[in-house]
Design a protein around this ligand. Structure first.
Ligand SMILES: *Cc1c(COP(=O)(O)O)cnc(C)c1O
Length: 263
């Protein structure tokens, strides 16, 4: 991982310069990964960067917007909706991607600001989001909500005996439920099925994890040809994700620095 500047008590100008330098370094990594060969059978796409701004203040989002960032990711609903309200003047150029675990009772709030939800992992969330987006469309005329189905890749990560049980770590649906879940999204009003999202399991080889994700994506696309997008890859593993066909990279700490630990 690249060294990143700290968030602690920096003057505004220095913080903006640090963000600009970090962003340039991440773009250079993405460009290099995009020029390297893909894994066999993976088609070449230009991956899009989503800067994950969770735990960092709205002023950082504003600085990033000034640096040309248009896609930002958040994983906690209250924090995201507060920041979206603060940045309302920068909308509609700014697209908010919700990437965290989501309770159904937060669907209404998410529908008010999110461009896409990357963490849809169960039928109850599909119906809650659909209802909320339809209501929001009637009230404000918002566009359809993009949906990525989050897959658990624990089955791609051989666990040492005594390790945490499979599925416990990083969320996502059981891949066995993929086509059923996709069918529900496809049939739901207000939602547009875009593809899959995953986080490589902790301690696993990201190449093995993203290879599994690419297989799942092929299964999905065979049944739903419009759903070929892949949200995969973070600060530590974006190169592997691009090799396996990621269309969206969710990068936080290598742009913004370490997340503040106390909140
Ligand atoms: C925080 C987070 C990221 C960004 O992780 P970094 O390692 O900081 O780049 C990506 N995806 C999800 C789902 C996250 O929660």
């Amino acid at each position: 991982m690249l060294p990143v500047e700290s968030t602690e008590a920096e003057p505004a100008r220095t913080r903006a310069e640090a963000l600009a330098a970090n962003l340039a370094a991440v773009h250079a990594r993405i460009d290099a990964a995009a020029q390297a060969p893909r894994a066999p059978g993976i088609s070449v796409v230009a991956p899009q960067l989503i800067v994950v701004t969770k735990f960092h203040p709205a002023v950082d989002v504003r600085t990033l917007h000034g640096l040309g960032v248009r896609d930002v990711g958040e994983n906690r609903c209250q924090e995201a909706s507060a920041k979206a309200a603060e940045l309302a003047d920068a909308a509609p150029a700014l697209r908010w991607h919700f990437i965290g675990q989501l309770q159904t009772n937060k669907a209404k709030s998410v529908a008010a600001y999110a461009h896409a939800v990357h963490s849809v992992d169960r039928p109850a969330l599909v119906s809650a989001l659909s209802r909320a987006v339809v209501a929001e469309q009637e009230a404000t005329g918002r566009a359809e909500l993009g949906v990525f189905l989050q897959m658990s890749l624990e089955d791609a990560a051989p666990q040492a005996s005594g390790a945490a049980p499979a599925g416990a770590a990083r969320g996502g649906a059981d891949p066995a439920a993929l086509l059923e879940l996709a069918g529900l999204v496809e049939a739901a009003q207000g939602l547009r099925l875009r593809g899959l999202m995953a986080v490589a399991p902790l301690g696993a080889d990201p190449d093995a994890a993203f290879e599994r994700l690419a297989e799942l994506s092929a299964t999905l696309v065979a049944a739903f040809p419009g759903a070929g997008e892949l949200s995969a890859g973070m600060s530590g593993d974006l190169e592997a994700a691009v090799r396996w066909g990621a269309t969206h990279l969710r990068v936080g700490s290598d742009v913004l620095g370490p997340r503040p630990t106390v909140r």
